[in-house]
Design a binder for this molecule. Sequence first.
Ligand SMILES: *Cc1c(COP(=O)(O)O)cnc(C)c1O
Length: 452
Amino acid sequence: MRSLLPSFKPRMSETTSLQQRSLAAVWHPCTQMKRHESLPPLAIARGEGPWLYDVEGKRYLDGISSWWVNLFGHAHPQINAALKDQLDTLAHAMLSGCTHAPVVELSERLAALTGHQLGHCFYASDGASAVEISLKMSFHFWRNTGRAEKREFVCLKNSYHGETLGALSVTDVDLFRDAYDPLLRHAHIVASPDARNAESAEVAAKNAIQALETLLADKHAQIAALIVEPLVQCATGMAMYDPLYLREARRLCDQYDVHLIADEIAVGCGRTGTFFACEQAPIWPDFICLSKGISAGYLPLSLVMTTDTIYAAFYDEDVTRGFLHSHSYTGNPMACRAALAALDLFAADNVLAANRMRAARLNELLQPLAADSRILHYRNRGMIWAFDAIIEDPAKAATFSNRFHQAALGQGLLLRPIGTTMYLMPPYVLDDDALVHLARGTIASFNEVMAA
Ligand SMILES: *Cc1c(COP(=O)(O)O)cnc(C)c1O
């Protein structure tokens, strides 16, 4: 064993910054910690609306909704009030053998949003766990119905479904997967309908459907489910695609007795313009996974919704035919209450209609970028924008994301490109000043980085 480098144990004093203490004690996610030697993490003191304030009082517009979770801004008065009330009522109770009003009400309201097509709601705490649950439920359904040989999964090229071992096995991101590859059961990876793959979004969708059909025709007897991120493959660079793909995938899944799992963890909760992205196909899948925005960026919560048909296959005298999966914080009342407060805001403020106005305005403000010859594929769906920088020099491309992040901080903006793809995923509370700040800061950061 190599001994610890002394720099891992800095001498602390009262003036040691929060950043230095963080680097000594906190192992940050999705981060090569050594990178922080040159660029320490941003120390956030508080949040208000779409703004985050650092410990020195400088403010940054949260242009990516704090990793896509924060829908209604920070410290929202109504959500805060609901949580304070819930805190004094019931912070947590186990959900096995017990129940409580927030989890019941949330399940009922979500079921109603699917027209009761997916009327059964199973809870966990993070997105990856929801994905694991949907995979296990699908396999277990087939097992309970006498088809235990259906145990393989299909995912799309460049898919992202989380980083626990099961979720990683349906994730096609080399950077996250390669190190753990020996631990994984491999899924079938089929062509992505990414609109950038062909001369039109429709052709890209049709090509991808053909590839899916070829696989299902051959292997359907062993395949339990196809898992997709509806309309936008977010984590691998905001690849947007035609709803036609979902419609045709639904048809093929029906034809070949394969479940369709819609991972709406990132695209759900209004992000693509409808509450569920699948509504734009329009189709209902056999499973919907939700997390991220569902609790408005307040508390960890995830869930899997499914149909009467799936639910009925587990309903039996025999314990082992039940779904025996559990997490300690399953259906946490505080998290469910945050979600209920968020659903109240959707209903009261006509958020989806207001977002259409915001999107039109931001597209207008971003017009100079859309027309810029240094970018490709300017795209927008709902409250997601993305565009790819054209950078010939591989060394410059490799550092683009970090340099853009830095430049944006200088503009009072929190943004983190994925490789050379810049994207915006702001909360649903931006007024015109904030939209102008976001557009101007994005354009200025891009110009600064491209000039360097
Ligand atoms: C973020 C994400 C996940 C994983 O959620 P975690 O809460 O980070 O585990 C899964 N699927 C999609 C589409 C995501 O964007």
